[in-house]
Design a binder for this molecule. Structure first.
Ligand code: BES
Ligand code: ZN
Ligand code: ZN
Length: 463
């Protein structure tokens, strides 16, 4: 699907100004306006409350300007409510911004124009914005394209976004970016010693696979990204309820986010050696499906008892993470729609992250706040590890208690990452339950702006 980038580097034609105010500074500005405009504002009831706006006409009835209410400090979503509301046309922001503000405002604007059009045409014309001065237009465009891609991948239903289709998306992108891309598929997974990925995905009509993409670069820090790619999570034999299953086409949101992050890293030529591992499966029900209490070996060699077939994300990730760890990169990041428990703890909008590296955690928290890309740390609380014990095997995928489910899932993954200095696990929703400024209901990229900045600030130039 193509998405038109609505940011114009320089406009050749006149553009309509957008003036923005806070509730606090608006009254003083209003008092200085001509009486006729003051009356128009009052009669419209406009008082610059956040996410409100008003069209200001010229005497001849044409559009003169837009005035909008925002909250300060400005963030990526401050003016993102406008593009779906104001008439099509070309606009500019009537003030100056630093590089970060300008880039974020333009990105928020552009993301507000996203529509999922694969199955339903839209003739909506969105307003365009002249890039504010200091805006990093290439970076904005890269994030726009990457996030639209992630949203499209997630929104595409599982009948079309099956394991083959998702793997193809990844490989086609990798090849277009001159990367080395390999796919291990179906029973080849057993030969290549990825028994868990096979066990989870074997029940589906479209076979499971592991996508492995590399961008080699000498003398650069090694970063490996791992993404959960469950194209549909029915729950397997421990089948989900109808309500719980309904949005499970988004269970490949981790993989989609990893691809989006990787795309921006590539587009902007961050000097890192990138590896991307995507275990991709459908968690289906069939006679061939894994059963509760089946015991399956892992790539690591330890045996896992499958207490619950719906805890499949940690199973496919454990083989991919063990492979990632075998090369001891400088950093491993995995992204996954892993647990409902993370959503109970933090809600749908704040991904949980886990890492044993305190310094890195503090840095990520700080960046996340500055970038307005929320992430909240939860602990890898060792005392809960015993909840994964079982008398029958080395590890269970189904903790004894449902309390702290996001933490016990992270502790399960931690069993497979032992050599690499820093590992960050992100448990995210990858989905907007409701429309919000710049963020339409449906598939969503989460945490990738913060992770990009973390990689840029903490890793680039360290080798
Ligand atoms: N994909 C789900 C987790 C999920 C559910 C993410 C809802 C976002 C929203 C995952 O595979 C799952 O079903 N996890 C179980 C684990 C449990 C059986 C130990 C869960 O969280 O209930
Ligand atoms: Zn599940
Ligand atoms: Zn799942």
């Amino acid at each position: 699907m193509t998405h038109i980038f609505p940011i114009i580097a320089k406009s050749k034609v006149a553009s309509t100004p957008i003036y923005w105010f806070t509730k606090e500074n608006f009254p003083a500005w209003k008092r200085k306006q001509p009486k006729i405009l003051q009356k128009w504002i009052t009669d419209n009831g406009f008082n610059a409350k956040p996410e409100s706006y008003m069209l200001v006409p010229n005497k001849d009835g044409s559009l003169c300007s837009i005035i909008a209410g925002v909250e300060t400090p400005l963030n990526i979503w401050s003016i993102a409510f406008l593009p779906t509301k104001i008439p099509a046309g070309i606009y500019h922001l009537e003030s100056s911004f630093d590089k970060e503000e300008a880039t974020n405002l333009a990105l928020g604007w552009s993301l507000a124009t996203y529509e999922f059009t694969r199955y339903k045409n839209s003739d909506k014309k969105f307003p365009e914005l002249v890039a504010p001065k200091n805006c990093d237009v290439p970076l904005t465009k890269s994030f726009f394209e990457a996030i639209c891609w992630a949203r499209d991948l997630i929104n595409t239903p599982a009948n079309d976004m099956n394991p083959a289709a998702l793997a193809n998306e990844a490989v086609n992108w990798a090849k277009s970016a001159q990367a080395k891309a390999g796919v291990i598929r179906g029973e080849e997974l057993l030969k290549a010693n990825y028994p868990m990925i096979y066990a989870v995905g074997k029940a589906a009509n479209v076979s499971p696979r592991l996508v492995d993409i590399r961008f080699p670069l000498k003398n650069a820090p090694k970063i490996t990204l791992v993404g959960k790619g469950v194209t549909f999570d029915s729950g397997g034999l421990d089948i989900k309820s109808a309500g719980g299953m309904k949005i499970m086409k988004k269970d490949m949101g981790g993989a989609a986010n990893v691809l989006a992050l990787a795309k921006v890293i590539l587009d902007t030529k961050l000097p890192v050696q990138l590896r991307i591992l995507l275990p991709i499966v459908e968690n289906a029900v069939s006679g061939n499906a894994m059963r509760p209490l089946d015991i399956v070996p892992t790539r690591k060699g330890i045996n896992v008892e499958i207490g619950n077939t719906d805890a499949e994300g940690r199973l496919i990730l454990c083989d991919a993470l063990f492979e990632a760890d075998s090369e001891t990169p400088d950093l491993i990041i995995d992204c996954a729609t892993l647990t409902g428990a993370a959503r109970v703890a933090l809600g749908t909008e704040i991904p949980a992250f886990f890492t044993a590296d305190n310094k890195l955690a503090n840095k990520l928290s700080e960046i996340s706040e500055n970038e307005h890309d929320p992430l909240w740390r939860l602990p890898l609380w060792k005392a809960y590890r015993s909840q994964l014990d079982t008398p029958n095997a080395d590890l269970s995928n189904d903790p004894d208690s449902s309390f702290a489910g996001a933490i016990t899932a992270a502790l399960f993954l931690q069993e497979f990452v032992s050599k690499t200095k820093s590992w960050i696990h992100v448990d995210m929703m990858a989905w907007n339950l409701q429309n919000k400024a710049g963020r339409p209901q449906g598939g969503e990229a989460m945490a990738i702006r913060a992770l990009y900045k973390l990689i840029k600030e903490n890793y680039v130039g360290t080798r």
